[in-house]
Design a protein. Sequence first.
Length: 210
Amino acid sequence: MANADDARARFAVGIAQHLTAPLAAGVTLRHVTRNEVRAAAESLFRADARPAARLDALYSVEQGAQLADLAAVQSEPLMHCIMIEREGELIGAYWGQQHPGGRYYMINSVFRPDVRRKGLYRALLPRVVAAAAAAGFSEVYSRHRVDNNAVLVPKLEAGFVICGFEIEPRFGLLVHLRRYLIEGLDHAFHYRIDGTYAAELRDKNVLPSA
């Protein structure tokens, strides 16, 4: 029988094991609320040379209220809301959360411009993946601007695979990345790409016999 308390306990263990120790010399991780991490991320994104569109200006008061009502229907997902600080000063923020179907969605990873390209994202990424795996998620998923090489390159090197593109009103052209955390799912994914692992998947009755 499914047990939500067990899932919450595994999620907490993943945080304790992978997302509490300092990220680098003098750089600490602090867990906060969703509203706090959203506000921190927005303040950091304002320093980005490619600001996102402010879509909230397109909604009427009634439409905004209706969207809030829809969001309230969904149960509160498990989430990581992390302030990244150096000597108490905000230098980055990370927000990721549970999505349906065993998927963990890396929503935002943003660093202050003066601390970018110093290895902090590369240090954070394997910790997030490890925490998601410890919690029992089957895959990690994310979306990024197609020119965001500072994120795309580390993720591709870490085993993430491009799985699609979209044009999104807020950011423009985005690339979707995915990494499966269960070996069999990863094999099935690659089978759909180029036919590899076919014999293995047939042996496990995942695919019909040839």
